[in-house]
Design a binder for this molecule. Sequence first.
Ligand code: CP
Ligand code: NVA
Length: 308
Amino acid sequence: MKNFINISDHSSVELKAIIEEAKKRKQSRIDLNKSAPDNDKPFFGKSMAMIFEKPSTRTRMSFDIAVKQLGGSSIILNPDGIHYGKGDETLQDTARVLSEYVDIVMLRTSTHKNLDEFSRHLKIPIINGLSDLSHPCQIMSDILTFEESNGAIKNKIISWIGDGNNNMSNSLIEAAGRFDFNLRIGCPKKYSPSKHILSWAKKNKVKLEITSKPLEAVENSDCIMTDKWISMNDKVNTKIKKKILKPYQVNKKLLNRANKDAIFMHCLPVGRGEEVTDEVIDGRQSVVWRQALNRVHAQKSIIKWCLD
Ligand code: CP
Ligand code: NVA
């Protein structure tokens, strides 16, 4: 079974092939309407079930459009509206039932172990649409977005500023290993990457530098990325966390220290005036809207890879 749960589960060759397929498919449908199917309709007669334990705009919309463009259909399931491991049916049984109805499942979960549990009992592939530990589809589409504007990501310098210990930064560290780019994380010590991901990075020879000085982290950088200071279901004192992260705001001064053609990325939703200023996110170096669009193209390729 080909699941897509973490970037680290896959080889560089497989991941690069997924990105190349996404570029090709995106290019080949340039004249088609937003939801018109691709000519070859590789998902014709097939369907995807999507389960969201947490809110979502982009993941929900982009997977739905991705499936339509592949020629298939999708159904969105609200955990509160189905039997979903809350006493009346185990997750295991829900997984068995879904396997009879659809061809692939996408799950957004607050508890990464639900992905593992589902994947153990599903007879069809599962895609991680964000968990507390990783957000692989977002990082894959961000690689597509980076390469569209700045060419091959290999050996480029990517700077992650702010919360260094969340789902996005974990997947970015894994991507740095697989796509061979230099990753600089500028974060306060309290929000540094976890021991677990750091030991993976060491074993996989990730070119990773961690500093508590944001200006140092963006020097000569090709891309500055950040994320909300408070992630969904982040069980922290928000006032304290925001205060500690204040010096890590991506503003014009910080952006000006990066390369002239550096791009600014944010997975969205954004805390305007917190992790990034309006001037940066609405400025000429920001590619955030294209990042949102590219979720469609990267995920089409991921779905196709899972089902091939
Ligand atoms: N970036 C992202 O995953 O956005 P949503 O939470 O809106 O899906
Ligand atoms: N780290 C953020 C990403 C949102 C797409 C969160 O988990 O809320």
